[in-house]
Design a protein. Structure first.
Length: 259
């Protein structure tokens, strides 16, 4: 295991890499955590490493002790910074990373970060979401029923309910207003045209977030993407009683990716 701090817009992201055995270079997963990040999915990281994959895990600015202010925009920027870090020749040599084979995998809000980052980076050929939170669509749905001020209030209450203690430099209201400003361009549907040539794994559960992810997978298929795999596991948002099954799904998908 290697630890490091990744530069991102004037801050240093606390990060670590589970380095796979052997000379490499190894394909590498960037594993993105959710909001606020209580479930880190590091059991999956260990399983992926045993299967020959490096795994980079980091905390966004303003989360879990990483300096800076947390925001959704900063999380998107931080994911791009992590990608740029792994592609530096010296870093790739040290960590035995194959820069041409980097895959994004995100849980919950990490799924949101995955979709945004993959859409912005054509070099990402494969990505996976696990119970992804389509935050743009969630706010759009609130707007379809209420005025913007009410939608912001409801979103703020929902974010506060998730727990804000590990996050700094932000408030539930501020994050909700950020979503109001960007909702239309942050929906998964808005990224379909850009992502329709990628390989994708969409995993859902019985947590109330399945429909947007299923719609996203269907939209990718309608756009011509024939490399979308969907899996539903009957469990909660943290996959509490399906951890082994979740790992098997992810490892099977990773093993099938082209070299």
């Amino acid at each position: 295991m290697e630890t490091m701090q990744i530069p991102s817009h004037g801050a240093l992201l606390n990060a670590l890499v589970y380095v796979a055995a052997g000379a490499g270079p190894h394909p590498t997963v960037i594993l993105l955590h959710g909001f606020p990040g209580n479930e880190r999915n590091l059991d999956l990281a260990q399983d992926m490493r045993r299967a020959g994959w490096n795994v980079l895990y980091f905390n966004y600015r303003g989360s879990w002790g990483t300096p800076g202010d947390f925001s959704f925009s900063h999380g998107i920027e931080d994911t791009a910074a992590a990608l740029a870090y792994l592609r530096q020749p010296a870093v790739a040599r040290q960590l035995r990373v194959d820069p041409a084979r980097i895959v994004l995998i995100g849980h919950s809000m990490g799924g949101f970060m995955t979709v945004q980052a993959a859409a912005a980076d054509p070099a990402i050929k494969a990505f996976a979401t696990i119970s992804a939170a389509d935050l743009g669509e969630a706010f759009q749905q609130l707007l379809s029923k209420d005025k913007e001020q009410t939608a912001v209030q409801k979103m703020s209450e929902g974010l506060a309910h998730e727990g804000m203690a590990p996050l700094s430099g932000c408030t539930p209201d501020g994050l909700a207003r950020e979503l109001a400003d960007h909702a239309a361009t942050w929906t998964f549907h808005s990224k379909v045209e850009t992502l329709k040539q990628r390989t994708a794994l969409i995993v859902t559960s019985d947590d109330g977030l399945a429909k947007p992810s299923e719609a996203f997978a269907a939209d990718l298929g309608k756009a011509g993407d024939t490399r979308v795999t969907t899996v539903h596991l009957p469990t909660d948002h943290a996959y509490s009683d399906q951890r082994t099954e979740l790992s098997r799904v992810v490892l099977k998908w990773l093993a099938a990716l082209p070299r």
